[in-house]
Design a protein around this ligand. Structure first.
Ligand SMILES: N[C@@H](CCC(=O)N[C@@H](CS)C(=O)NCC(=O)O)C(=O)O
Length: 317
């Protein structure tokens, strides 16, 4: 992580721990919003008006949080408006790195080698972890926001007419349901798999493990007879569910020891993932090679860094 703008120690996954040895995720620190007219959003300051070519997304294909924003960008037709850089899948001793691994890109905007350079460019004294996703503003040469739930929401409505209107990711009629669903699945499933995998005590592991499977067991019947959770197209809630489910059998079941059942044992969840993958644009955001290589590069969980051969995406879905 960075301490006062300097890279301080070799990268390791556990951020902070609670009193039981449970994994605690860092709170995102850049919270400004792109809005159609540059007025301030729900948090942070104004001055970030929607403009084509002004904003850039830094992402990792392995990362479910970053993948939320990649899917949002596709579904809102913003590929020509917002450019993207993709880090290499394997975490280096200095965290995320740009390079020539297949599917990764260089950083054409800032010319950085490591993601942490983007943080110190925005704040030379930054202390914290250099996470993805990051939404970068070329004009003010700073980070607009590094919280995926904010970025996903601003992709839906912050870009005004620059975005497509066919898919509303946060339809007014379903906002209460979407918020409640997001709130329930974040701790127990989206972050729950990480709390399981990065637990440092048996009790913290078992508690997180139980929450993961009770959450999956709760969602499975909800999807009975439905294409998507709340509408006839994907919304924020579907995106936030999908990014965790699609990684489940290939990374969380093995590496994170979420192994009571596989995702493919849940008929409705599996069929839901297939429908998401069939929605135009979504499959392009899922890179199984990066997902496998990235998770299995985490040395504290997999000291040999051997990448498992199976399963392939087509075998699961
Ligand atoms: N709250 C953030 C979390 C992002 C996050 O934790 N990303 C992980 C990748 S899955 C990361 O970049 N980790 C690098 C690190 O912690 O050093 C969000 O949702 O945007």
């Amino acid at each position: 992580m960075l301490v006062n703008g300097k890279w301080a120690e070799d990268w390791q996954p556990v951020q902070a721990k609670d009193e039981k040895g449970g994994f605690v995720r860092q709170i995102s620190s850049f919270r400004n919003w792109v809005t159609p007219d540059g007025s301030a959003g729900p948090s942070g300051e104004g001055g970030f008006a929607a403009e084509p070519g002004r904003y850039h997304l830094y992402v990792a294909y392995i990362c479910p949080w970053a993948s939320r924003t990649l899917i949002g960008r596709k579904l809102k037709g913003l590929e020509e408006v917002i450019s993207v850089s993709i880090v290499e899948p394997a975490l280096s001793k200095q965290g995320w790195r740009f390079g020539d691994y297949p599917g990764a890109t260089a950083d054409e905007v800032n010319g950085a080698t490591y993601m942490h350079e983007i943080y110190t460019r925005a704040d030379p004294q930054f202390t914290g972890r250099a996470t993805v996703p990051v939404l970068w503003d070329r004009k003010r040469a700073t980070i607009v926001n590094n919280e995926s739930s904010d970025i996903l929401r601003m992709l839906n409505s912050g870009f005004g007419d620059l975005a497509g209107s066919e898919v509303d990711l946060y339809p007014a009629a379903h906002r209460g349901d979407i918020d409640a669903f997001n709130e329930r699945i974040y701790p127990s499933l989206n972050n729950g798999v990480y709390r399981t995998g990065f637990a440092t005590t048996q009790i913290a592991y078992e508690e997180a493990f139980a929450e993961v499977f009770s959450c999956l067991d709760w969602i499975e019947p909800l999807l009975e007879g439905r294409k998507f959770l709340f509408d006839d197209h994907p919304t924020e809630a579907d995106i936030r569910l999908f990014v965790t489910l699609v990684r489940f059998d290939v990374a969380y079941h093995g590496l994170f020891k979420c192994n009571l059942r596989r995702l493919s044992d849940y008929a409705n969840l599996k069929a839901f993932c297939r429908r998401m993958l069939d929605w135009p644009g979504i499959a392009e955001t899922v890179n199984f090679d990066h997902i496998k290589r990235g998770y299995y590069s985490i040395e504290s969980l997999n000291p040999t860094r051997i990448v498992p051969v199976g399963p392939q995406l087509a075998e699961i879905f």
